[in-house]
Structures are given as structure tokens and as C-alpha cells.
Design a protein around this ligand. Structure first.
Ligand code: ZN
Length: 256
């Protein structure tokens, strides 16, 4: 690709308007904090969108011009229109990258891409989270230490109702004793999908350098290498076939 990687950072942008504690950490919204550190990368072109914009800030034109979509949702998954979910899913299958953050594990689009419950255990308390980089050669793990800590985070624990990850990059341990597959990848159609666990809205997680590094790496990893619209064509042979008496009677268009 010779153009910049076009990144769209989407979030609900509700907690920030309703909870002063969240607004103090993310005054312009979680999406804007993420966009700000991504904009430091010269090869990225970064835009934002949120739930309460017309059409949730998403359209065919916008998604067609998006290489990687980042998604943060929590309390309003059900308000995202099913038609929007289908539209995003189609673009992922055609090649668009998709990064689901934290409570986006329960978003309609992540569940649609996974096809499983995506359920987990959780606890909002005073846990410390220690992330272990278990695939240090993976591009998403570049420039990250063997392990790093988030001083306070919401706990997510196994079992996590996801399909077997194609690549597991991070595992988290929490003070309460739980563990969690916190950084995992899948391919869906031609698109690459990455789930990354940290990022509860009442903690300053997205201001932490290691977290910013993971998300930045993931954007580069998830960029499309192809973008192939879905078709299911009737194929004509490339070479002459042996005489086929019934060929003339078979439909040539629209046959499935
Ligand atoms: Zn949370």
C-alpha cells in the first residue's frame, strides 16, 4: 500500500459525558486519547467517530476508506444498529483490519466476527494487572518487555468464550489470582482481527506507554494487504473442455 494507513477510532463516548471521574481521565473521549497517540505516527492517517453521531459516524463510504477500525464500547452495545454491524463485518471479510478493545468483547460486531459467547468473569476493584508477552517475535509485541504492569485495572478472568485464537500474544495475571488471554488474533475472510483486553474507562490505561505501543503495533499489523469485494461468480473454463452435451443447457449467469 502506498497511501498512509487510514485508521478510524470509534467509541461510545457516553461514560465521559456522564461520569466526572471518566471525564477527568478522558476529557475529549477515549477515542480522542487513542487518536492522539496514533497521530504521532507519520504513516497513519487518523479519524474518529462515536455512537451518537448520525449513523454512529459510520457509512459505506467511510468504511471503504478505512484500513483499520478500532472499537471501544461498553454500556450501549445494543444501540449499535444491526445494519451497521453487518456493514462492518462485510468490510472485515473483504480485508479491513479490526481491533476490539476491552469491553468491546461484548460488542455486537466482535461477537458476530467470533461466532461465540465472548463471555468472561469480571471484577471492578483494586486489582493490579500484569501482562506477559508470550509471543515476543510477533509484530504486535515489538518493543515490549517480557512483562509489564497496569497499576490498577478491572479484572477479566477465564474462561473467555472466544474461538481458539490463531495467535496468542499476551496473557494477563491479576492480583486476585485470575488469568486471561488478553491479546489474541484471528483472521476473518481477508481481514485481520485483534482483541486487546486493558482499558476500563475509570483507569488511565490508554495514557500508559506500553498500552499505546501495543495498539500502535496492532494497527500496523492489521492493515489490509488486499481488499476483495465478495462475489460468487459462475466460472468459465480457462481451457477447452471435452465435449459436454449438456453444457449449452446449463445457466451461465447467477448459478450457485
Ligand atoms: Zn470495563
Amino acid at each position: 500500500m502506498n497511501h498512509k494507513i487510514r485508521v478510524l477510532v470509534w467509541s461510545e463516548f457516553r461514560h465521559e459525558k456522564e461520569n466526572p471521574k471518566v471525564a477527568a481521565i478522558y476529557p475529549q473521549g477515549i477515542h480522542e486519547t487513542i487518536a492522539q497517540f496514533l497521530r504521532k505516527e507519520k504513516d497513519l492517517e487518523v479519524a474518529t467517530a462515536w455512537l451518537d453521531q448520525p449513523d454512529h459516524g459510520l457509512s459505506e463510504e467511510i468504511l471503504a476508506a478505512t484500513d483499520v477500525l478500532i472499537w471501544w464500547g461498553h454500556k450501549a452495545h445494543g444501540e449499535v444498529a444491526d445494519s451497521t454491524v453487518q456493514m462492518i463485518k462485510n468490510h472485515v471479510l473483504e480485508g479491513m483490519g479490526f481491533i476490539a478493545l476491552h469491553s468491546a468483547h461484548y460488542s455486537k460486531i466482535f461477537k458476530a466476527l467470533m461466532g461465540t459467547t465472548c463471555s468472561l468473569q469480571w471484577r471492578e476493584s483494586t486489582d493490579k494487572e500484569r501482562l506477559w508477552t508470550i509471543a515476543p517475535s510477533h509484530p504486535i509485541a515489538a518493543h515490549l518487555p517480557q512483562h509489564f504492569e497496569i497499576p490498577t485495572e478491572e479484572m477479566y478472568g477465564e474462561p473467555f468464550g472466544i474461538p481458539e485464537p490463531e495467535e496468542l500474544i499476551f496473557i494477563s495475571w491479576f492480583t486476585g489470582g485470575e488469568v486471561f488471554r488478553s491479546g489474541a488474533t484471528w483472521r476473518r475472510g481477508h481481514g485481520r482481527v485483534f482483541y486487546f483486553r486493558p482499558g476500563h474507562e475509570t483507569y488511565p490505561t490508554y495514557h500508559q506507554p506500553e498500552i499505546q505501543r501495543v495498539i500502535t503495533n496492532a494497527v500496523h499489523w492489521a492493515r489490509p494487504t488486499v481488499r476483495i469485494p465478495d462475489t460468487c461468480p459462475n466460472a468459465q473454463p480457462l481451457e477447452p473442455l471435452p465435449h459436454d452435451a449438456e453444457a449449452a443447457e446449463r445457466p451461465k449467469e447467477g448459478f450457485r
